[in-house]
Design a protein around this ligand. Structure first.
Ligand SMILES: C[S@@+](CC[C@H](N)C(=O)[O-])C[C@H]1O[C@@H](n2cnc3c(N)ncnc32)[C@H](O)[C@@H]1O
Length: 214
């Protein structure tokens, strides 16, 4: 693993809990779980080190779980975890282009902190529509554009890097993270003919949207 890869993995492991906090899981239980069948198929795109799949495996013990990521170090960590419910299968692959999932095969497709990096959200959502079962749900959890000061203040207060490294890291990722406003996100779904069933803000500059095609 490269130094950069090791750093990214360590940061994912430390910061996961900031976003996937009690508010997120309360929202998940109230707004997402009731939309799922008894034994859902769940695929997490850009699953990183697998912590979401591990935590969701305890909440949906009958689920079939799939993780997709292009980072071998991330998938290596995800494979090493212990899962309370079923153990996921993992696909090494890119989530731009054709998703490594069959047509109409998924009840819940999730993507956290990745969709803002995709060049073309509309062709991605076409793929989402293709792989969802009828009545399937797409859950986005991603960054929302905020003012420069608010962004920097939040980033430097997050756990992870030593303090002296936080400004350089914040500046490096600012233009990537700080892309879509909440209105932009809503419009992307509207434009792609998805309905937003529920919106929540479990973390100050991150939006969760429960959506469905049509
Ligand atoms: C910021 S991390 C988020 C990890 C996890 N979803 C979370 O929220 O904790 C982004 C992850 O997405 C993966 N990723 C980014 N772009 C990708 C792409 N185009 N295809 C597949 N994986 C991608 C990275 O390898 C990394 O593991």
């Amino acid at each position: 693993m490269t130094q950069r890869g090791a750093g990214a993995l360590a940061r994912q492991l430390e910061r996961y809990y900031v976003r996937f906090n009690d508010d997120f899981w309360a929202f998940f239980a109230a707004e997402v779980q009731p939309l799922l069948p008894e034994a859902p198929v769940l695929a997490d795109l850009g699953c990183g080190p697998g912590l979401f799949l591990r935590d969701v495996s305890g909440r949906l013990p009958g689920a079939t779980l799939i993780g997709v990521d292009r980072g071998d170090d991330m998938l290596g960590h995800a494979r090493s975890l212990e899962y309370v419910g079923s153990t996921p299968t993992f696909e090494s692959g890119d989530v731009t282009g054709t998703l490594p999932l069959a047509d109409g095969s998924v009840d819940l497709l999730t993507i956290a902190a990745v969709m803002h990096t995709l060049e073309d959200p509309f062709s991605f959502l076409k793929e989402v529509r293709r792989v969802l079962k009828p009545g399937g749900v797409f859950l986005l959890y991603d960054w929302v554009r905020v003012g420069f000061k608010e962004y920097i203040d939040l980033r430097v207060s997050e756990p992870g890097d030593p303090l002296e490294a936080r400004y350089p890291r914040a500046l490096e990722l600012f233009s990537t993270h700080n892309k879509y406003t909440a209105g932009d996100w809503r419009w992307i779904f509207e434009e792609a003919h998805f309905s937003v069933v529920k919106e929540a803000w479990p973390f100050p500059r991150a939006i969760a949207l429960v959506t469905r095609p049509g």
